[in-house]
Every structure is written in C-alpha cells, then in structure tokens.
Design a protein around this ligand. Structure first.
Ligand code: AP5
Length: 231
C-alpha cells in the first residue's frame, strides 16, 4: 500500500502464527504501517522486561536463552498489561502470542471483557530447514527497531539504517543455530496445535511464507484489507 493507511471500521485483533524466522515481526511491522494497527510482540515485551530487570524479566531470561517457552502466567500478565494501553484501542497485530492453547483461551477471556473476539489468524507456512539461515542472519536497528538480514534484507547503504540513519545494529542472544533448533521444537510441540484450534473457529488463513518479503506482504495486505472493510 506504499505508506497509505487503510482505516479499520472498528478495532480488530489479528494473530500472526509461525515458527521462528517465519517473518511474523517483518510482516507485522509492515501491516502496522499500512493499517494503523499496533504490533504486539510478546518476544519484544519479554526482552524489554529482561533489559529492565523486572521480576518477570529475571524469570524469563534463562528460559529464552534456552529457546524454551516462558510460563503462560508471565506471558499472559505481560500481554494483559500492554493491551490495556490506550494505543491498543486502535486494534492489534499479535506477533508471537498465543503460543499455547492456555494462552489462546486466556486471550479469548481478555477480549470478551471488551466484547471482542479474534478477527483473523494468519498462519505463515515455511520450511523449518530455511529458518536457521533466516534467524542467524537477522539484525535490527538499535535506533528504530527496523529489522534486517545479512542476505535477504540488507540496508541500502551498508552499516546505516534505511529508516533512521542509525549505525547502531543489534543481534539477539537467542539467534544461533542451537537455540533456533530448540525454538522450532517448542513451536511444533506447543504452538502448531493452534492451527487446528483456529481452523475449527473459521478464522484461519494459511499463507505460503517462503517467497519474497514484499510478495508475502501484498498477500497479507489483501487478507487484512478484507477484514478492515468488512469490520
Ligand atoms: P520471539 O521474539 O517471538 O521469537 P520467535 O517466535 O522465535 O520469532 P522470531 O522473532 O525469531 O521470528 P519472526 O517470525 O518474527 O521472523 P522475522 O520477521 O524477524 O520469541 C523469543 C522467545 O521469547 C521465545 O523463544 C520464548 O522463549 C519467548 N516468548 C515469546 N513469546 C512467548 C509466548 N507467547 N509464550 C511463551 N514464551 C514466549 O524474520 C527473521 C529474519 O528473516 C529477518 O532477518 C528477516 O529480514 C528475514 N525474513 C523475513 N521474511 C523473509 C522472507 N520471506 N524471505 C527471506 N527472509 C525473510
């Protein structure tokens, strides 16, 4: 949509499902710009808690470094707090939440308090084998959070963020081949069952996410645009 913002007829709740490296964060940021929604990444919220040294962050740190799932209780509390912020009234894209059936059920309860439901769940289908390369080549801008990749999405000028001009780039501690394998295992054991969970509710769309970033973004925009128009 090239920077255009399509207006939602009401606040909507979208979920991006997919294993590590599927492109949830990349696509959520693009949808956020195009549709004026708020991207809620529980991974980012947890990394913020770790950096701030909160009790939740202290409990989550070692679990995240091992590539395992943080407890439902911690993640649900952190998400509930963030969803109470005023900006979330515009509608949200959940990136990395829910990751277990207990989290999906808690989300339903949380939305029901506002007479809302999950509007659309997009499952990003990828080959596990390609995810190690995607995740281990990833880096982000420390200035604005823009995501990059050594091979697939390098900055236009090496060492300088396209967005904000910063040269402060960061790599995540859990973005190594060994931890990615553990994260993929956790995805298949605990999160993949949510595909059937949402399919049974009639809210699921599966998108082939092995193609070019922009082609996938265009596919997702069509799906979300339909939700925006139909309200
Ligand atoms: P989190 O931060 O959510 O990480 P993740 O799910 O492992 O997902 P990633 O951020 O690795 O991948 P992504 O799908 O966003 O891919 P991206 O767009 O960056 O979670 C981290 C940890 O926190 C978990 O392991 C767990 O411990 C904990 N946690 C978080 N939420 C939790 C929850 N709800 N419950 C319990 N624990 C929780 O893309 C990756 C790279 O590939 C980028 O460099 C990008 O440029 C590139 N790329 C993207 N799309 C393409 C494409 N189509 N072609 C080529 N390259 C591409």
């Amino acid at each position: 949509m090239d920077g255009m913002t399509e207006t939602m007829t009401r606040p909507v709740t979208l979920i991006l499902l997919g294993p590590p490296g599927a492109g949830k964060g990349t696509q959520a940021r693009m949808l956020e710009q195009d549709f004026g929604l708020v991207q809620l990444s529980t991974g980012d919220l947890l990394r913020g808690a770790v950096a701030a040294g909160t009790d939740a962050g202290k409990a989550a740190k070692a679990v995240m470094e091992a590539g395992e799932l943080v407890s439902d209780e911690i993640v649900i509390n952190i998400l509930r707090d963030r969803m109470g912020d005023d900006d979330c009234a515009r509608g949200v894209i959940l990136d990395g939440f829910p990751r277990t059936t207990a989290q999906a059920e808690a989300l339903e309860g949380l939305l029901a308090e506002h007479n809302a439901t999950v509007d659309s769940v997009i499952s990003l289908a990828v080959d596990d084998a390609a995810m190690v390369e995607r995740v281990s080549g990833r880096f982000t801008c420390g200035g604005c959070g823009e995501g990059y990749h050594d091979t697939f999405k390098a900055p236009k000028v090496a060492g300088t963020c396209d967005n904000c001009g910063s040269s402060d780039f960061k790599r995540r501690a859990d973005d190594n081949a060994e931890t990615v394998a553990a994260r993929l295992e956790a995805y298949h054991a605990s999160t993949a069952p949510l595909i059937a969970f949402y399919d049974a509710k009639g809210t699921l769309t599966t998108v082939d996410a092995m193609g070019e970033i922009d082609a996938i973004a265009s596919h997702l925009s069509t799906i979300v645009g339909k939700v925006a128009r139909e309200g």
